[in-house]
Design a protein around this ligand. Sequence first.
Ligand code: HEM
Length: 282
Amino acid sequence: MSQAEHGTDRDAPERAHTDFGRRLSYGDYLRLDTLLSAHQPITGAHDEHLFITVHHVSEVWLSLIIRELQAAMTLLAAGVTDEPLKMLTRVVRAQEQLTAAWGVLKTMTPADYLQFRGAFGEASGFQSAGYRMVEILLGNRNPVLLRPFEHRPDQHGPLHAALHAPSVYDLTLRLLAARGLPIPAEVLERDYTQPPVENPGVLDAWLTVYRDPERYWDLYELAEKLLDVEDNFRAWRFNHLTTVERTIGFKTGSGGTSGAGYLRRALNVVLFPELWQVRTSL
Ligand code: HEM
């Protein structure tokens, strides 16, 4: 059958599979009943649907990001760089989707939001286990942030384990050391529960890579990919802050922080300090 004939044949919707009594259908495979049954607004407010949808979609992207980061980290720990680069590219694309979601949520005015705000009490993204896991894997470490999960050992356990394990950046620095670049011992054996501190020895190692990209091509690419991830992370945070300010102004957050003030301070977090500093030193 020629390509044209084949196309014509399949053009008719009557030819599509329709008998799913005993075969796996689209909805069955994706468990759409389960997925969509999680959408349970508490009030009759029109915009509560939007609010729940954007949170749900964001959590699904976060879970993909965690999966990709963890897979990339396992390979980096084994000294492999090509597959992790592909996985981190996927993380970067998923982050773009996360950030784009703010545009949809920003169509909600403060008055729309106030119609259902009372319904969710003290619930807040501050208690998002997915978001905390992404932060921890990327290296933003603060044991205090695990407290909201103490009542959920299934969430607290993996977060606690990740907090005590190397971040994607720690593993990258180990890789540099394995390639003969002098990474100080205090960095390689640092306390993982704390955030990274800019280190002159690490900066020197990155300077060597950035001054001779051809020689260290995969490390150079990895560094630029990590910078893409942090760049996107900042964009998400900034858009969150702007959305919060235009929705609740400077009220305290449902999670109990100062709200916009807390989120503004979080903009100062630096995940991969030497990768930003190396540009100044080049
Ligand atoms: C109009 C919508 C939103 C408002 C007014 C809002 C408000 C806030 C506020 C005030 C905080 C600070 C913590 C606290 O609650 O005291 C916060 C934290 C957070 N929110 Fe939202 N948020 C909104 C939408 C979202 C969405 C769609 C997500 C997606 C997952 C999200 C994820 C988070 C996360 C992860 C944090 C913790 C950030 C950190 O600790 O650095 N928020 N939010």
